[in-house]
Ligand binder design. Sequence first.
Ligand code: ATP
Length: 211
Amino acid sequence: MRKKAIKIPNASIKRLPMYYEYAKELKENGTKFISSSGLSDALKIDSAIIRKDFSYFQIKGSKGNGYNVSRLIRLLGKLLAEDKETKAALIGVGHLGTAFLKYSLLKRNSPKIEMAFDVDPKKVGKEIDGVPVYHINEINDRLKPDVTVAILTVPVAAAQLISDRMIDLGVKGILNFTTARLSVPDQIKLHQIDLAAELQTLIYFINNLPM
Ligand code: ATP
């Protein structure tokens, strides 16, 4: 009888980059093994959650030593497709979009932003940290077929139209930094990042800290 596939919780998947970055930091500091309680202290996550997360991905440690750091990096890197180059396009080279193109962590990690699009003639034709900015009207000709991720940093009013267009052109995932509630087909992965809402909820938590 075939085993039923286990549904991995989104929260577990979202913690993978944090584990990965920390494992790389450990390696840089010469640490060879780390226990789940060591990870727990550093990352402020319950060690049972860490063990559960790792079990979803069949990441095993040894009883005495814990997790081998190099192996951890290899396995997590594979899960995060760091061994393949995932290509992204950024649409909207305003303040946030420009910051993204200059963000050094994104230069090291996958996905790599290959190209950017905008409507503003002052921005089109420029290169920002090596990334060319094209006019959005050229997107059909310029967007490479291997670009699978779109990062939306356009004004909210333009977001749905751009999203539809990117999906038509074969993009599989959208990272939406606008506050638009995008509607996308089921097979498309949509991640919404609302920086203002994050700040607002942080403020709520600060104001409602237990006395
Ligand atoms: P700036 O003041 O430089 O325009 P901003 O971040 O304040 O930056 P926004 O109004 O949020 O500006 O727009 C973000 C970027 O999206 C701008 O560079 C703008 O030219 C671009 N943009 C607006 N509409 C579109 C569109 N339909 N397609 C692509 N880019 C667009």
